[in-house]
Ligand binder design. Structure first.
Ligand code: CMC
Length: 428
């Protein structure tokens, strides 16, 4: 017999069905709640709301588990290539050699962006943040490919997915080049996905950039670690926008906008800025821990805490180790890494952080690696977006295939009672 939940409102009892996920997580199905009872649920920040049934990513915040399509993140990050992982997320299984070759070749085929798009860059102010530029460039792509946007046409969507995967690194690198007044570097299809991105970021017409395998590996790992994270803010945004049957370009553009915020993907930039600030202030880590605890001070320890992980963030563990490896291999001593380690040590022993289960998250160490491999601070969140793209695409595709209804939450109105319009002369 299937489980049910019993709800009593004003003495009247209602039975609600339960849904159990494949990892045994239990949910009360409230789809008929309003019809049955006249009530809706109130859950600001959706802390208790399962917005989707999804077969893409599983995470257990108490146990610190993260799986992509059933594979643990530790194995995926150790052995996978980013395109292989992107294929896994989008299509559900690891690709065969033939499937991966086709996917890789198709993406390489689409790396160029329409030359007309270069003209947009002339209109942005020189120091425009690359996340703002990227979000609007991706939205603009919809105007270049109006013929391939039907969410219910498999061929259209396939082409759009490959175009997005191919062109987003090109657009990201172009945004960077323009921001520093350098000429745009065209993609080279002989390179791998990550090599090509590094080439477009760092080569110059006057200088052939030599790709360091340590940097290439670090980038591959970082992109994989960011590739999906179930129903986070940006992914929920992508699904929400897509639920109105808006095209995939607009949905991804909205996801980029959501990711930009410092409480989400923007935290990686905010972490480095915070560590720099602590270093420039004399390196008194304890002082900043106190500030973070002070409820009258808006300062928070960036890179600490997570809505779901309440034990440790498995991505942060992998990144921390990788950070040491990369810095050692590149022979870099970054004083900011010392500050980060001290901060982690002090915070993890402080009752405020222990009681609230606040641990370093994925963004705490990622910025230090990005810095070591030469990525400028303002590009950190763009790197997160490049990594998250296959996750957004996979979640959007799943939503479309499941025929999800348009996302439209309810509210509880707390405003004025009905009142009559007052002409302006009679106000005040
Ligand atoms: N520094 C100081 N206090 C904190 C922090 C922090 N980083 N994070 C949470 N708290 C406190 C918060 O003030 C609250 O205290 P109290 O119970 O006394 O009111 C308690 O911990 C619970 O925090 P919350 O804000 O209710 O938790 P949330 O689940 O709504 O927020 C978060 C999660 C990630 C937005 C938050 O921890 C935060 O702002 N962290 C810093 C920003 C950051 O690193 N974001 C990256 C997240 S991982 C990358 C990704 O988005 O995927």
């Amino acid at each position: 017999m299937s489980e049910t939940a019993r709800l009593i409102i004003d003495g009247k009892e209602y039975e609600l069905p339960m849904f159990t996920g494949s990892a045994n997580e239990k949910a009360i199905d409230i789809t008929k709640l309003r019809d049955l009872t006249g009530c809706v649920t109130l859950d600001s920040g959706y802390k208790n709301t399962g917005a989707a049934k999804s077969a893409i990513t599983y995470l257990d915040g108490e146990e610190g588990k993260l799986w992509y399509r059933g594979y643990p993140i530790e194995q995926i990050a150790e052995y996978g290539s980013f395109l292989e992982v992107a294929y896994l997320l989008i299509y559900g299984d690891l690709p065969t050699e033939k499937e991966l070759r086709y996917f890789t070749e198709s993406i390489s085929h689409h790396t160029l962006v329409h030359e007309d798009m270069k003209r947009f860059y002339e209109a942005y102010p020189t120091h425009a943040h690359p996340m703002g530029v990227l979000s609007s460039m991706i939205a603009s792509m919809s105007t270049f490919y109006p013929e391939s946007q039907n969410p219910n046409n498999f061929k259209d969507i396939e082409l759009t997915i490959h175009r997005l995967m191919a062109k987003m690194p090109t657009l990201a690198a172009q945004a960077f080049k323009v921001s520093i007044g350098h000429p745009i570097i065209y993609p080279k299809n002989a390179y791998s996905y990550t090599q090509n991105f590094l080439h477009m970021m760092f080569a110059l017409p006057t200088f052939e950039y030599e790709i360091d395998p340590v940097i290439d590996d670090a980038l591959n790992k970082l992109l994989i670690l960011h590739a999906d994270h179930e129903q986070n803010c940006s992914t929920s945004t992508v699904r929400m926008v897509g639920s109105s049957q808006s095209n995939l370009y607009s949905s991804i553009s909205a996801g980029i906008a959501a990711l930009w915020g410092p409480l989400h993907g923007g935290a990686n930039q905010a972490v480095i800025e915070m560590l720099e600030r602590i270093k420039n202030d004399g390196g008194n880590v304890a002082k900043f821990v106190e500030k973070a605890k002070d409820k009258n001070d808006p300062f928070r320890l960036m890179g600490f805490g997570h809505r779901v992980y309440k034990n440790f963030d498995p991505r942060a563990r992998i990144i921390k180790k990788s950070c040491d490896d990369v810095l050692n291999k590149l022979g870099i001593h970054d004083p900011v890494l010392d500050i980060a380690k001290q901060l982690e040590e002090v915070a993890l022993q402080d009752p405020y952080f222990v009681e609230r289960k606040l641990y370093p998250n994925v963004d705490f160490y990622s910025g230090i690696i990005y810095r070591a491999i030469g990525i400028p601070t303002e590009m950190f969140t763009v790197m997160f977006a490049l990594g998250r793209l296959p996750g957004w695409v996979a979640q959007w595709k799943e939503m479309v295939e499941q025929g999800e209804p348009i996302g439209r939450p309810r509210q509880i109105y707390t405003g004025h009672d009905l009142r009559d319009y007052v002409p302006i002369a009679k106000r005040g």
